[in-house]
Write a protein of this length. Sequence first.
Length: 104
Amino acid sequence: MSWYHPIAYFFAGAFIANAVPHYVRGITGRPFPTPFAVPPGTGESPPLTNVIWSIFKLLVAFLLIQVGEFSFGFSWPTLASGIGFVVMSVMLVKHFGQLYTPSH
């Protein structure tokens, strides 16, 4: 395994984690922030934009996983992707939690 494979797998996991909320909100017909909204990242985009954005992110994740011999099961590639998934999930919770949590 080359030195950059775990990095690619990490970002694949991050892209998958970020694709999930956009996809779920999009297919349920609810708006959600995207970089294409005004203001970017905090304004809400329509559901179709979110679904397309999610599919793009899943495609990028798929391409990143192709850099090596990725296989599910306990392995370094799976661990790197899982860590990327967890890190991005926590970052998304913090970012979107601030948008949807009322200020006290």
